[in-house]
Each structure stands twice: as C-alpha cells, then as structure tokens.
Design a binder for this molecule. Structure first.
Ligand code: UD1
Length: 343
C-alpha cells in the first residue's frame, strides 16, 4: 500500500515539481488546486514524466464545507503539503485583504479539515521573507522573524504563528515549516516550470521572458546597495532541490523522526549571487546578450539574503546540489520550449 499525501496547490510551480518527486518516491498523490494561477495541463505533463496521473480535485480551499468534504474522502492520507497560496508581492501590497483572505482562510480550512479527519502531519510552504531585513548573514533559523514588508510575506509569518499555537494545543499534530529562499529552475524534461500570470515580479522569469522577446528589457532595481557590485544578493535554489527536501520532510514526519512537534528549516544553497551575477550566468548559458537597464531601487528589497543551511543538513540530511548555471539553464530550456509552442 502506498502512503497517500494531499498536496494543495499541486499544479503550481513548486507544487508540481514536488508531486513528481513524491510519485518517484512511491507515494500516492491527491492534488487539490483551484487553478487560479496554474493549468490543468500540468496534470498531463506530470503523467508524461512519471507515467502516473495523480488524483485531482478542483477546489477553492476558502470554501470550508467543501474542503471538509474532500478531506473526509481522503482521510486515509498520511500528510498534507500545503502550497496553495497567492504569491505576487506587488499585488499583495495593493490588495492586502485578498492576500489575507486567500492565504489564511485556505490555511485555516486545510488545517481544520485535516484534523477533523485525523490527518495529523503538515508541511508548510514558508519563505525567507519572514526574516525581514537580516542583521547577520548567513541567516539561521534561530534568527528572530520580523514583520515582512508585504502582505504576502506577512501571511507566511502569521501562518507560522498559527502553526505554533496549533502545535501547543494539540499533542497529536506535527508540522514542518520550510522557508524557501529564491526558487528558480525547472524540471529537466522542460515540460513543467514557472509560468507567472501577467508580467513577472521575480528576476528569473523576467530574464527569460526578456530573452525570448516577450518583454523589452529587464529593469535592474538599483546598483547602489552595499554589495560588491552594488546589486542585491540572493540565495537562488533549484526547484528540484526544493522538491526533494519536501519528500525528505514527509518521510521524517511519517517515521516520527521529528525532534519537536513544529520544526522549521531554511531551504537554500547557502551561496549568495547578485542580480548582475545572475544576468552574467544567463548570458553564458544562453549565448544571448540580455537587454537590461539599471533603474531605481524597488521598495521592500533587502540588500542581502542567504541561508545558513546547517540545520537542514544536520537534521534532514538534505543539501541542495545544483549549481547556478544548472538552475538558469533549466529555466531557459523551459521558457524556450514554452514559447516555441512545443508544449
Ligand atoms: C521575492 C519576495 C519574496 C518571495 C519571493 C518568491 C520581496 C521583497 N520578496 O523575493 O517574499 O518569497 O520573491 O516569490 O518582494 N530584480 C530586478 N528586476 C526584476 C525583478 C527582480 O532587478 O525585474 C531583483 C530584485 O531587486 C532582487 C532580485 O532581483 O534583488 C530578486 O528578486 P525576486 O526574484 O523578485 O525575489 P525577491 O525579491 O528576493
């Protein structure tokens, strides 16, 4: 008998890569997704890659009674991985209530429905944004969290606090919160990858969309930061390395290996790269001269953020192993395939 895992947001960018990794590790997967920022086609691609079509339920997790019904149909599930959330930082600043409603109602309904049905393991898709502007780098999980700049970021911080309260009130419940740094890259098949709706906010999709001619030029937000080349430094991590960490975390919960009922891990590479490093690496792997211009800083950007990865290494036995060039090259293959109409 395969262990069944419910993956909310399983058609999305990180969700779909994790679903593939779960299937490859012999789990049965139930995807719940409202397709608000993803496509049903992803299910066919997952099928193409793994030979397995996961169970799919189209559902808006803001609907508490339907969520409860769906979870009662899958009460044999052993764990929930909760990716479903809106993630456009800029939009969340303009429309905070949409973000608080969507990300927090969905979280609360998921937690209530799973507990009602005796599913007591939970993995949360958190973000390094909960560290705000760090004073010490690399940043460890011990660092205090700060109120993030955006409503999106704040939903991640609040969600972690909700989990803390829940864990303290319920002896049977266990959770792992995974704080992602900057996920980029795509599956090596080029069949799935990041597909932001509208104009991308994040650096990598903006670069690849500029290179295929969809955007005129990349705006580099500031080169007067206190970093070696003046552009901000981030910890970019391959989405497949992230996916792999989720499977390790699920196994940890199922084998009851966790040391505390709520554990938190940074998921990054521990290496920082500047915006100009990323552009240079893109130009190297693609052979394209990228059209870009240095403009004003973007509000809310921190100069430097990169992870200490010691805890994940020590407790999960996990570390990221893909290089920046591998990440960028896979993002580029995906974008080209998508725009050539091969998908
Ligand atoms: C952002 C969010 C973070 C979220 C993450 C993943 C903020 C403050 N943080 O991280 O909460 O978890 O995305 O969705 O918004 N850049 C450019 N030009 C662009 C786009 C980006 O120069 O067109 C630069 C940014 O200034 C930054 C770096 O590239 O220095 C990375 O930006 P981005 O990919 O948006 O990620 P973060 O801002 O680190």
């Amino acid at each position: 008998m395969k262990n069944k895992i419910i993956v909310t947001g399983g058609c999305g960018y990180i969700g779909s890569h994790t679903v593939i990794e779960l299937i490859d590790n012999n789990f049965e997967v139930v995807i719940i997704d409202d397709l608000s920022n993803s496509s049903k086609k992803t299910l066919d691609r997952i099928h193409q890659i793994t030979g397995v079509k996961p169970i799919f339920v189209e559902l808006d997790l803001k609907d508490a009674s339907k969520t409860s019904m769906v979870f009662s149909e899958h009460k044999d599930a052993k764990a929930v991985i909760h990716f479903a959330a809106s993630k456009a930082v800029g939009e969340s600043v303009k429309n905070p209530l949409k973000y608080y409603k969507n990300n927090l109602y969905s979280l609360l309904n998921t937690l209530s429905a799973q507990i009602e049905n005796g599913i007591n393991n939970f993995i949360f898709s958190s973000s390094a944004t909960v560290y705000g502007t760090p004073e010490v780098l690399p940043i460890t999980e011990e660092n205090k969290t700060q109120r993030p700049f955006s409503a999106y970021g704040n939903t991640k911080k609040i969600a972690e606090e909700i989990l803390e309260d829940l864990i303290n009130s319920n002896d049977s419940f266990s959770a792992i919160s995974l704080r992602y740094f900057n996920p980029i890259g795509a599956h090596e098949s080029g069949l799935i990858g990041e597909l932001p709706s509208g104009i991308p906010n994040n650096l990598m999709p903006y670069i690849t969309q500029t290179a295929v001619g969809l955007r005129e030029k990349l705006m580099v937000y500031g080169n007067d930061y206190p970093t070696p080349d003046g552009t901000p430094i981030r910890d970019y991590i391959h989405v497949l390395d992230l996916a792999n960490a989720h499977v390790i975390a699920v196994k940890r919960l199922l084998l009851q290996k966790q040391e505390t009922a709520l554990e938190t891990f940074n998921l990054g590479t521990g290496k920082g790269f500047s915006v100009l490093d990323v552009i240079k690496s893109f130009e190297e792997v693609s052979g394209i001269n990228l059209n870009y211009e240095i403009v004003e800083r973007r509000p809310g950007d921190v100069p430097q953020l990169f992870a200490s990865t010691d805890l994940a290494k020590l407790k999960l036995g996990w570390s990221a192993n893909k290089t920046l060039n591998e990440m960028i090259s896979s993002s580029w293959q995906w974008e080209k395939k998508l725009r050539d109409g091969n998908l």
